[in-house]
Design a protein around this ligand. Structure first.
Ligand code: ATP
Length: 213
């Protein structure tokens, strides 16, 4: 195992098997000592979330309860106001010191990188791992494409030699599951079972989230 911190950020509204399987596979491939899923507090890129942050956090904790190697980082949820990834990574950097930090993103999220607050600074703080996602092809605006070009590496071990600044693409099993689809199914009175853990679905129904009955 390599001494490094991997961060899988997301809204997790709600968490589903697309997230969980991708996290499991990336964690296996990176083989790092510290793998965290980090729910966004108040996502700056979305107008609203379906569920309050404390519900999203509770669902993530339920999903990961049987898997102590995958932990939840609560810092964005605990913070007031909008959370920017660059600030979140800076705060993690202060804690972990000079070990590699690896930010894991799906291709759809990576395509939107240019809209992130102080996005170029992300590379001073962390490596980027971009996971393939069904229905999302790489589509980078020129400024981002240029930045990624000279940072790209083809092996995971290179990431472990430096604290930040490289980009690696990783394949994961393609599961065309999305939180939007799950929320829509629930709002329409349908049953999204087997797309997400049963414990999470039971929580959604118990709290009447996303219009579920
Ligand atoms: P929404 O439908 O609400 O946009 P989502 O399903 O895309 O939600 P997010 O919480 O926004 O879920 O995703 C968090 C991270 O996980 C993002 O980097 C996203 O690209 C990645 N991700 C989400 N679903 C999958 C999937 N099925 N396969 C691989 N990566 C995924």
């Amino acid at each position: 195992m390599k001494q490094a911190t991997a961060i899988f950020g997301g809204t997790f509204d709600p968490v589903h098997y697309g997230h969980l399987r991708a996290a499991a596979e990336v964690s296996e491939k990176l083989d790092v000592t510290d793998f965290r899923l980090l729910p966004a507090g108040q996502p700056p890129h979305r107008d609203h979330t379906g569920a309050e942050a404390y519900h999203r956090l509770a669902m993530l904790e339920l999903a990961l309860a049987p898997y102590p190697d995958l932990t939840v980082d609560e810092r964005e949820v605990r913070r007031k106001g909008p959370s920017y990834m660059v600030e979140t990574l800076a705060s993690i950097r202060r804690e972990v010191g000079e070990v590699p930090i690896i930010l894991c993103l799906g291709q759809d999220a990576a395509n939107k990188l240019e809209g992130w607050h102080r996005w170029r600074e992300l590379f001073d703080l962390a490596h980027l791992v971009v996971m393939k996602r069904p229905r999302s092809r790489p589509r980078y605006p020129e400024a981002v494409a240029e930045e990624l070009r000279f940072r790209r590496v083809r092996s995971t071990s290179v990431l472990m030699n430096e604290p930040a600044g490289r980009v690696r693409n990783l394949d994961v099993t393609q599961l065309a599951i999305s939180s939007t689809d799950i929320r829509n199914q629930l709002a329409a009175g349908r049953d999204p079972r087997f797309l997400l853990p049963a414990t999470v679905l039971a929580y959604i129904r118990k709290h009447g989230l996303y219009g579920a009955i």
